[in-house]
Design a protein around this ligand. Structure first.
Ligand SMILES: Nc1nc2c(ncn2[C@@H]2O[C@H](COP(=O)(O)OP(=O)(O)OP(=O)(O)O)[C@@H](O)[C@H]2O)c(=O)[nH]1
Ligand SMILES: [Mg+2]
Length: 460
């Protein structure tokens, strides 16, 4: 999907609130004729004579038939989200009314908006840069304190200004070197090679930092991958259900119940965790279960955190210790969790607690001590990481551009060392500038824009 110039001139219309029944629904129009078109089906004041940022009561009519009583808000260009004329109509929240009103708008000259078209227009008119536009999408989808904070920082331009700063420093050098090129044969040097090297090294460090923040950004956006592992019947699925407060995974007394992993998100202390319930670890002749077990082992390698669960009443500690040793060698942080305290005598539990002080004792079945487990989980993920004011890359497109920037900066450094000619040096610098510019949208192509905005929902 791409937008022709002509399409950019259209007045577009879409529902801005979610589909379905609600107290009110908001329909939004943007474009040169937004106010004029609304005036054709609105009975009340003459909207074209009203000031910007005013609200008006009236009716929407199809010929003489009243469709709804509405409130119309008017934003006159350029003082609106898209910097075009924008009208927002608050109707009663029935899908019938919404459909009728949108149909009326379309028959009076508006066109249904494409996904992300409002945000794209805002970007094209300079309301914000590309990284900020993308943050709008992340903000809508953020569902935890940390993901909200990262998206908000990006939308308010924190990330963009950091990229912009890096880029401007490099542009200065690029222009000096281009100037040298203009002088051709003459042996002039406007750009001090040592200064350039120092700058490129500084840029590299900044880019590296941003690149390495992506892991954290990914975790913030998609949740900390946390695997629940252990022997069959330890109560892993029961624990997942208890944490979720719903019967998501099948629980049974048959060992080997879970084969495929089951996952869901849980918000603990403002951080999203993606809990993954897995097949119990054991040697098995059942082909399907064996696949499940090997998948569990794969999942454990990519986890940020492992909860190693065991049944304290029915367990061969030798085997448990063997599993734990293996975990220690894997280098992924883990928590030892002894389950089913409700089944054991209090004396026995007390004895075990003294013997294994770093183990958390719970009853998944009775939902006992889950709060203790949760606070240990939070301790282990190192919350400070999430709460820094540092810029965190949360978007894979930005990550890709940063990786390419790093490569071209390394090329510049290598070129400086090998004392390559100015035209090659200028090329490498230009390439670095290009990739940095892709992030904020100084450098765009229609394909890139279409790709980004088509991921938005309609009405945004
Ligand atoms: N008494 C008691 N029983 C529990 C507790 N947690 C789980 N169970 C029981 O233990 C049995 C196994 O539970 P599951 O949650 O299916 O165990 P699992 O670890 O997912 O087992 P697999 O999927 O086979 O690997 C079920 O009968 C549960 O009801 C607990 O805290 N106390
Ligand atoms: Mg299970």
């Amino acid at each position: 999907m791409s937008f022709s110039l002509h399409e950019k001139e259209d007045t577009i219309v879409a529902l801005a609130t979610p589909q379905g029944v609600g107290a009110i629904a908001v329909i939004r129009l943007s474009g040169k004729d937004a106010i004029k078109i609304t005036n054709r089906i609105f009975k009340g004041k003459d909207l074209e004579k009203q000031a910007s940022h005013t609200i008006h009561f009236g009716t929407i009519r199809d010929e003489e038939k009243i469709i709804d009583e509405v409130l119309v808000s008017i934003f006159v260009a350029p003082k609106s989200f898209t910097k075009e004329n924008v009208v927002e109509i608050s109707t009663h929240g029935s899908s019938y009314i919404v459909n009728q009103v949108i149909k009326l708008f379309v028959s009076h000259g508006a066109r249904p908006a494409k996904p992300g078209e409002f945000t794209q227009r805002a970007f094209l008119h300079g309301q914000f840069d590309l990284a900020q536009a993308e943050a709008v999408a992340d903000l809508i989808h953020s569902d935890s304190e940390t993901s909200h904070q990262a998206a908000m920082n990006q939308m308010r331009g924190g990330f963009s200004s950091e990229i912009q700063k890096l880029r401007n420093e490099l542009i200065h050098f690029a222009s000096m070197i281009e100037l040298e090129l203009d002088f051709g044969e003459e042996d002039v040097e406007f750009a001090n090679r040592n200064d350039l090297k120092v700058l490129v090294e500084k840029l590299l460090r900044a880019v590296e930092l941003l690149i390495s923040s992506f892991d954290l950004g990914n975790v913030i956006k998609n949740g900390v991958p946390t695997v629940i592992a252990g022997k069959p019947n330890a109560g892993k699925s029961t624990l997942l259900n208890a944490l979720l407060n719903e019967e998501k995974a099948i629980v049974s007394e048959i060992a080997g119940t879970t084969r495929d992993f089951i996952e869901d998100e849980i918000n603990i202390g403002g951080v999203i965790f993606r809990f993954i319930d897995t097949a119990g670890l054991r040697e098995t002749t059942d082909i399907i279960e064996a696949i499940g077990v090997s998948r569990t082992q794969e999942k454990m390698k990519t986890a940020s955190l492992i909860l190693y669960l065991f049944d304290l009443t029915d367990t061969d500690m030798v085997e448990i210790n063997r599993d734990i040793n293996r975990l220690e060698n894997q280098g992924v942080p883990f928590i030892k969790v002894a389950n089913k305290i409700d089944k054991a005598s209090p004396d026995f539990v007390r004895e075990l607690k003294a013997k294994y002080p770093d183990t958390i004792f719970i009853s998944a079945g009775q939902k006992e001590n889950l709060e203790v487990l949760k606070s240990r989980i939070l301790e282990l993920v190192n919350l400070d990481k999430f709460r820094t004011g540092n810029t965190i890359v949360i978007n894979i497109r930005h990550y890709d551009s940063l990786v390419k920037t790093r490569q071209s900066l390394l090329d510049v450094l290598e070129g400086l060392d090998r004392q390559i000619t100015n035209d090659f040096l200028a090329m490498d610098i230009r390439r670095s500038l290009h990739y940095l510019g892709e992030i904020t949208g100084e450098i765009t192509t229609d394909d890139l824009l279409a790709n980004i905005f088509s991921k938005f929902c309609i009405g945004k």
